[in-house]
Design a protein around this ligand. Sequence first.
Ligand code: SF4
Length: 441
Amino acid sequence: MKRYFIETWGCQMNVHDSEKLAGLLAGLGYDRAERPEDSDLVLLNTCSVREKAAAKVFARLGALRRIKQRRPGMLLGVCGCVAQQEGEAVFRRAPYVDLVMGPRNLARLPEILEQAQRDGRSISLARDDDPIAFPASTAARRAGPRAYVTVMEGCNKTCTYCIVPFTRGREAYRRPEEIVAESSELAGRGYVEIELLGQNVNAWRSGEDDLASLLHMIDRIRGIRRLRFTTSHPGHLKTPIMDAMRDVPSVCNHLHLPVQSGSDRMLMAMNRGYTRAKYLGKIDYLRRAIPDIAFSTDVIVGFPGETEADFHETLALLREAEFDQVYAFAFSKRPGTQACDLAETLSEDEKQRRLQELFSVQESILGRRNAALVGRRFEVLVDGPTRLDSDVLKGRTTCNRIVHLDAPPGDVQPGDFLDVRITRAHAHSLSGAVLVRAGAA
Ligand code: SF4
């Protein structure tokens, strides 16, 4: 039996796309290999959101070339956003690559593979809607209590730094009945938490339906105990969606809401389409509606033209919003974006200095917030063992905090809901003692 190995970079969309690729390969009679050295097909599912991410892909291809030289007949493919961004250039930079496939070509994998085997090379960069039409049941999903469900693909926004609209194309929305059918099928297979995916998930719509009505639809599915959605754009976070977060029982009290900057001048230059005050207004509305809600966000430091004062407005916004998680990165130019033509005004060292200052501000905010949770009780959904220590089980609260379980009962399984009292706070997670089992999945 032929074997495949898929390496995934980037966002949840890419993780789920890799599950879809794995499902298709299983349908073609491939088995999963533990490492590339044992594989007949290696696929890199790539991310190009930052310069470093793309550079890493070519460095990784260099290492895989040596494996391929020892395994004649092994096929090597580049998928995802770097494939779409670079296209034929992948073959020029790495002529030993056999196939290049953009993120909206997943369902074509069988024919792309066949062509690569027949003609020695294959490339497919069409921007079809097939990720939406993709037969969901094909995805070879990870075990465990949580599953991703794609609701839309692409993005119609034009944030000046972002390459996603170029690599993932225009927005395409899945029909509600398909999303509900897939979520029901997953509930039937024992998945208790659904995370709805889209680059601009809260822009999803179908006729009169919007994300708010979709949340109500999925909440009615028996067996779905937790419902999440990512990634939202503040501009699309309308009151009906915020009210649905308050009113729909299974919707978790956590929201990932990228802000990118705390300076209106920078938000304008990034073409984000909202102001600092508007953004904080949404946070405030949700905090009044759902008191124990947790927020995470994305921030870019060092965007061209960012002054020290702009940067300090970002730090002030972090102090005011009190996020439970901040994913922050230094600005890097992405080919084809508007910001790519802007002159850099900050050195890499200065960008890194600002990034470190931002992390230390966030570290103290999070340290204080986590410390305040010690002694509190939370329902924790068990995910499974931690990566570092397979004897330690971890899980998540509805507000998306990671909890390491102090000596849980021997028979605790992934998918179990536990009532846990927080015993210790760590930099980015918590520890807790199991009080009672809050009802298995
Ligand atoms: S909303 Fe902006 S940052 Fe997000 S994917 Fe679309 S263009 Fe990129």
